[in-house]
Design a binder for this molecule. Structure first.
Ligand SMILES: Nc1ncnc2c1ncn2[C@@H]1O[C@H](COP(=O)(O)OP(=O)(O)O)[C@@H](O)[C@H]1O
Ligand SMILES: [Mg+2]
Length: 252
């Protein structure tokens, strides 16, 4: 078996008396698309924030490529090869698509470029190639904020790609998209993995999308893991149906 890319080991994060994530463990294999689902307030975004270095874990560890990154700062985590997209659009709306992608590449190298270069000698993807991959090549000189919402989210994926990640954390990539944009988003996530070799950890409420593209899924409820397995395992799990999906849930 190949070594996991990401290991989350007995991770707990408290906010005062509230346990937002409680003893959560899972691994993401190289080339895997791994989903995290659960009701609002289950701790999904908290987990992302701990993995991405925005919050320190209260207990437990996060390792990436065999190295402990628990509590490392966000830019250090980024340099190691973890990028993230946000639920809401986080782009430079008044700048062109080209300027957005350029800024992301510069920001990724801002701190200690020598460390960056020695650790990730192959990084910094080519801007035009990234735009072409995303179908944004004809829009490079358009102002990002003038694009349709779905395309603005695609620019957000482009910003994450410019970091040259091995793992992309995607927080609700389909939120706010119309049905055809959701289909395009699912196809794009698959292509990130299949054509760019980027593993994906995603949080998403759209069940057809999650069940259709994830290799494995972790289900959280009130900070606690209640199931972990393939889409088929999770769909038929009694505790998942009770806590989240509901008896009459239909998987379109
Ligand atoms: N920075 C914070 N300070 C205090 N409580 C927080 C903070 N971030 C999240 N929480 C709480 O942690 C719980 C889990 O939240 P969150 O991780 O955002 O859930 P999800 O993304 O699954 O909806 C919620 O009860 C939320 O209010
Ligand atoms: Mg959330």
């Amino acid at each position: 078996m190949t070594a996991p890319l990401l290991v989350v080991d007995s991770l707990t994060r408290r906010f005062g008396g509230l346990v937002a994530a409680s003893d959560v463990s899972f691994t993401v294999a190289p080339g895997e698309i791994f989903g995290i689902i659960g009701p609002n307030g289950a701790g999904k975004t908290t987990l992302f924030n701990v993995i991405a270095g925005h919050y320190r874990p209260t207990a437990g560890r996060v390792s990436f490529e065999g190295k402990d990154i628990s509590g490392h700062a966000a830019d250090e985590v980024g340099r190691r090869g973890i990028a993230r997209t946000f639920q809401a659009v986080h782009i430079f709306k008044n700048e062109t698509v080209r300027a957005n992608l350029h800024r992301a590449a510069v920001l990724a190298r801002r701190h200690n470029p020598l460390t960056w270069l020695s650790r990730r000698p192959h990084a910094t993807p080519d801007l035009e190639g990234t735009a072409a991959f995303l179908g944004l090549d004809m829009l490079l000189d358009n102002v990002a904020g003038s694009l349709a919402y779905g395309l603005q989210k695609t620019v957000g994926v482009g910003l994450a790609m410019m970091v040259g990640p091995k793992l992309m954390l995607m927080d609700e990539p389909a939120a706010g998209l119309n049905p055809s944009e959701k289909i395009a988003a699912a196809a794009l996530i698959r292509r990130l993995r299949d054509e760019r070799g980027i593993s994906v950890l995603l949080v998403e409420h759209d069940m057809p999308l999650v069940m259709g593209i994830c290799d494995r899924i972790l289900v959280l409820n009130q900070g606690m893991p209640i199931a972990l397995g393939t889409p088929a395992d999770v769909k038929s799990d009694k505790s998942v149906i009770d806590a989240y999906l509901g008896e009459d849930y239909e998987f379109a």
